[in-house]
Design a protein around this ligand. Structure first.
Ligand code: MN3
Length: 244
């Protein structure tokens, strides 16, 4: 759907969607969040390891960020060395262009992108409920915020083994809750069955919660909602709109 058609369709939502969406400061900083091209670097976390306690414990944050995410960045840079068509591309382009069988790039590019987004989708204290256009769209798409939470929680709970649950904007500009295995992402054209751009995601790999929650994934998902940064979700949505 072209932007104009979308805005016409979205017009029924009323005041929530302006004709010329104003890109907030958060969206600007988001656009500069990733290094424009490889080699990639571990981005700054933006808060202390213990800042999300008691919802996400300090040791989990420290290991998750400085070991797991750092490992994805280093291994991605190694995997891209000598790659003639992906080296020098942005991380989003790498996700969109990589081939299914390029396992090292697929796992580590996904790992870098997914975690870079994830750190920004959570913040100390969170912000309890959606804001702005995404609040309207979530209520319109799922009925109520609680219904959305239920759907998202279901996707996150039923993901067998390692992976992520996402709230995405699909190619029809609709919100959808989906899940992908391992470090796959809905931006991966040649990999993912579900296609779109995520505006919220939860890491349900055991490394994301096991130290504190052990086998109780449901408790971790519940706690995640206490620290969701809904302003960032809104900024991500506006950034998608601005590129159409
Ligand atoms: Mn992880």
């Amino acid at each position: 759907m072209k932007k104009r058609e979308f805005l016409k369709t979205a017009g029924v939502l009323g005041v929530g969607l302006a004709i010329n969406p104003i890109i907030s400061k958060a969206a600007d900083s988001l656009n500069t969040y990733f290094q424009p091209a490889s080699p990639f670097q571990l981005p700054e976390l933006g808060y202390a390891f213990n800042a999300l306690e008691p919802n996400i414990d300090a040791m989990t944050m420290e290991i998750h960020y400085s070991k797991h995410h750092n490992g994805y960045v280093n291994n991605l840079n190694k995997a891209l060395e000598g790659n003639t068509y992906l080296a020098g591309k942005s991380i989003e382009e790498v996700l969109k262009m990589l081939k299914k069988e390029e396992t090292a790039i697929r796992n580590n590019a996904g790992g870098h992108y997914n975690h870079s987004k994830f750190w920004n989708w959570i913040k100390p204290g969170g912000s309890n409920t959606p804001v702005g256009d995404t609040k309207i769209l979530i209520e319109r798409s799922f009925g109520t915020f609680d219904k959305f939470k239920e759907t998202f929680t279901q996707q996150a709970s039923k993901r067998f083994g390692s992976g992520w649950a996402w709230l995405i904007v699909n190619d029809k500009f609709q919100l959808e809750v989906v899940s992908t295995p391992n470090q796959d992402n809905p931006l991966m054209t040649y990999v993912s069955d579900v296609k779109g751009t995520s505006i919220l995601g939860i890491d349900v790999w055991e490394h994301a919660y096991y130290l504190h929650y052990q086998n109780k994934r449901a408790d971790y998902i519940n706690a995640f909602f206490n620290v969701v940064n809904w302003d960032m979700v809104e900024a991500d949505y506006k950034a998608i709109l601005s590129k159409k």
